[in-house]
Design a binder for this molecule. Sequence first.
Ligand code: NAD
Length: 478
Amino acid sequence: MGKIPIAIAKGDGIGPEIMRACLFILQEAGAALDYKEIEIGQAVYLRGIKTGIDPSVWDILKDCRAFLKAPITTPQGGGYKSLNVTIRTTLGLFANVRPCVSYFPYINTKHPDMDVVIIRENEEDLYCGIEYQQTPDVCESLKLISRSGSEKIIRFAFEFAKLQNRKKVTCFTKDNILKISDGMFHKVFDEIAKEYPDIINDHLIVDIGTAKISDTPEDFDIVVMPNLYGDIVSDIAAQITGSVGLCGSANIGVKGSMFEAVHGSAPTIANQDIANPSGLLHATILMLIHIAQSGTANLIHNAWLKTIEEGIHTQDIFNKKTSKKCVGTQEFAKSIVSNLGKEPTNLSKVHHTNPQEPYKHKPKVYPALKRELVGVDITIFSTGNLNRFFDKVSHASEASLHLKFISNRGVIIWPHLHPDTSLSDQYRIRFLSDDLKAIAQDVIIKLLQDFDRVGLDVIKTENLYTLDGLPKFSSVDI
Ligand code: NAD
């Protein structure tokens, strides 16, 4: 069998030592891989490249079947962009798969029967990183959720469940508050779930869902959710298996793929040979399965399970009751190598199979919707007297639009102001047409000219649309 080209990056903090351990295990297990090492992360950031990745590296990644990446450190401040987000979005790695399994009684955990896969949307949500501060008081971040992106990740979750013979897919959103964005994710989940009648589906609001997954993870099988919730929930799920250092993740795209530990670069324990390489090793196993080297994946995974069963543990999972020996990163790797060819006695041995065919997303075709402009929200910066501000607004007008309300941080303050409502320096003024009748763009332009005439400081506008006659903007009653 020819060697498969894969890119590797040794990363920052504990990255180089856990990568060294994984490469040693891969070599001893006879993995047929041709490594192309690339440099990303802190050193590149500090050379002045704000993305942490030299543009020439994309060509190497393009020519590799997979990318095995150790964690990197994103420098604080200074306008540096998260490299993880850049890689995931540039390579179109839309699905982040994070299996979180407990190994009781060998690794101490309050959750002996845990076997959950968190499937996190990887390209959208607040991770688009679109943020503004337009006034001294208020910052904003845009949360973008698309129907196409939601469909891609949700279908992936159900296909993953089918291939892995899993029984249930649960969706987490916060659509009791974010009725339009998370509401879309939830709605698409309900639609796609109907196409998989053999798989149980359910939905939980993310706050109670996170509480339940922390308390009774054995009730969950596969959990799919938007990006930010997935980031948080997967760290919790990984940690409660016994250590965040145990879990690996796969970032899957239509063409590319990247494999990494769930945890970060843990700089406080770097260069001490105490980090647990298991997270990156589990990512390596996911990579071997993905590139159809399941035989090697099984060899390594079973040797790892055997080592865990023998009580040879790194410091993060060492427990006097169940562990026999506390070892460093490289000695742990050597113990795994000495167990290559062996299988666990009590923990379930694994038998991964090669993927039947790469995941192909076939997007649904949705009927075109009639889209009509019916109003505008105008955001204003104001710190002066409130009555004078209301007076100025009342003098700005456009015949086909009516002033509906003025709000501050989402709370209505005109026509009625509650005396206890606290105010920021940013006001949103809503104008709507009568009966949501369609208006032309120039109506809004004229209204803005009027705002300028009366001396209102406009920060931004959001056009308000109906789709097939239904208003698609948040109402005031949330
Ligand atoms: P972290 O996951 O790096 O570490 C948190 C703590 O978890 C550590 O102090 C350590 O006690 C423990 N831990 C983590 N991995 C371990 C391991 N393999 N073995 C034993 N213990 C382990 O989170 P953090 O401290 O918030 O972030 C540190 C840096 O990592 C930041 O710069 C952050 O931006 C970056 N980060 C990178 C990635 C990535 O590259 N994928 C992911 C998350 C965070």
